[in-house]
Design a protein around this ligand. Sequence first.
Ligand code: HEC
Ligand code: HEC
Length: 267
Amino acid sequence: MEKYPHVGRADHERTAPAARPSWQHVVWLLASALLLLAILALWTQSAAAQTARGEDTLRRVLALPANEVQGGALYALRCASCHGSLGTGDADRVVPSIAGQLQGYVAKQMIDVAEGDRTIPEMHRALARADLISPQAIRDVAAFVSALAPLRTPAQGDGKAVVVGEQIFLAHCSHCHGKDAQGMEAGWVPALRGQHYAYLIKQMRQAAAGHRYSMDFEASERLEALMLPDLMAIADFLSRKTATVSAKVPLKPNGLSNDSIVHKDLP
Ligand code: HEC
Ligand code: HEC
């Protein structure tokens, strides 16, 4: 029962019969709802299928034996012009450092770009080259990149909020990215330490806005909840968190992390 049925109503409103939807209306409504559902189902299915195909390719790539010398030659030819001969990127042009990045992640990004799961216009051309489309080429380049010494001197923020940044990172991010931001090979979670400040900010904002399609849902939700000052604090902390050697590779007695390539150290 309405409390005051007469209040605020004109007479004709009280007496007029309620408009009933005709059966044609109902049929139309049902049909459009079904069509909408079908479109939604197709859309999510194709996105999932694309991601599954990417993952399948990635597993096949990583199962191959790596040839870092071959990878180094391809890298010099196709990647060094932007990422630098030591893989350390270019802070001013917001090109990331990829030196010492985990190989599963490097291979995944190459496949994601090739499959359209990540948009990097600058890189599409490089990855479409005939010498780079084979799984073996991706394997070799990823192995070469991950064996490079991580950058010790990335571009950093102003240093004012590093402690805050560390706290946020430890509370919201380190269970995936690792306590030392070294990343995790299982799950292809990237290392974030030693990365350029501006690139980190850019990626966090892109991920929060849903532009990194293959980003973990939990990760983008956490990033979405953070305001710019917090993102700046995290980026500053990460850019100051550096490792002298790739956390993944134990050093050999000769002081190198790998037998087949010579590590050139930074000046
Ligand atoms: C024309 C310039 C250019 C070339 C050539 C290029 N890259 Fe990139 N690459 C970029 C830029 C710019 C980004 C960052 C894009 C963004 O902000 O999302 C990037 C991102 C990446 C990433 C993702 C890094 C991360 O931390 O997520 C990887 C891995 C990578 N490149 C590897 C390569 C490899 C391997 C090659 C050679 C086959 C290559 N790139 C060639 C410009 C280039
Ligand atoms: C559930 C696990 C998870 C959590 C939690 C998480 N991330 Fe990530 N993050 C990932 C994965 C996986 C990727 C790589 C996505 C891809 O393949 O494109 C990633 C990518 C990134 C990148 C892009 C790196 C690059 O080199 O381009 C940044 C930056 C980043 N995360 C920052 C954060 C920060 C900051 C937090 C905490 C607020 C966080 N992440 C929480 C899993 C996580």
